[in-house]
Design a protein around this ligand. Sequence first.
Ligand code: FAD
Length: 263
Amino acid sequence: MALFEKGVIAGESSGRSGGLIEAMLSDPTKMDLIELSKQRWSELSSITGEDIGFLRRGSTMLFGKNKADMLGLCEGWVESVKGLPNGGARMVSAAEAARMAPGSTSPLAGGLTCPDDASAEPVYSAPAMAIGARKLGAKIYQFCAVRGLERTGGRISGVVTEKGTVKCSSVVLAGGVWSQVLAHDLGLDLRTLQCFAKGASLHPFEGPDYGTLSIVADHEVGWRKQSDGGYIVWEFTGIAPSFRSYCSTPFSSCRPSKPMPLH
Ligand SMILES: Cc1cc2nc3c(=O)[nH]c(=O)nc-3n(C[C@H](O)[C@H](O)[C@H](O)COP(=O)(O)OP(=O)(O)OC[C@H]3O[C@@H](n4cnc5c(N)ncnc54)[C@H](O)[C@@H]3O)c2cc1C
């Protein structure tokens, strides 16, 4: 098995996500899948032999008094996931909310918490998957973009990379936000919504540690204490640019300059 990566392992979404593995406010039909996902993430360290920073520290969403109408929606969601694996979902009182977000400049009306929700550190977990795959015999090529596929008699017979063609009989397209571009070149219409979001990782400091905490009030922000004692922080707003701008961007201009060393 071989993986071709146009840039570096963990250089895109998987290395930069919030690391949240959550049931919180998810579609009730997905609850079994989310629970299975938490289970699989909890096993990843022992499978790969690498630390991934997996923790079940819970997730909480608090609402300002100006967003108190959201509490009714949350109560409806808690009701809809009763009897399902729901991360221990329950409502949070205004007093508890004030304790969880000391110093909040917005008065809080209450919130929703799922104490069994989990997180992992993206900067560890994405490389851990690559290192683990390599231990199991996979070959990983960084700085090697896939340009297209070769077919013989209508069946897949090779992958065309920027460094040459590699013979194979099956291919998995796992290009994240770029999958749509490759699929488009293959004549396939892969409908995905591409979205940019802002986040930052802060150096360690003493502060609140209630797993993942989001506040929906005058501003919509969230944070999670990282396993190094720092914080990942984010704003909820996402921007979805047009597909056309992706199609005109050459793959090679969208990558860092050095490969990631995989030990
Ligand atoms: C800011 C942010 C926060 C997020 N937070 C969360 C969260 O808390 N919880 C959660 O569950 N999800 C979160 N997500 C979503 C999650 O990160 C993504 O859904 C997930 O990482 C996608 O993984 P992937 O392997 O499909 O894609 P990626 O991680 O993007 O990997 C695809 C790889 O394919 C490579 N590639 C693309 N085209 C080619 C090509 N032609 N040739 C070779 N290589 C190619 C890319 O360089 C890339 O490295 C977040 C996303 C963002 C952007």
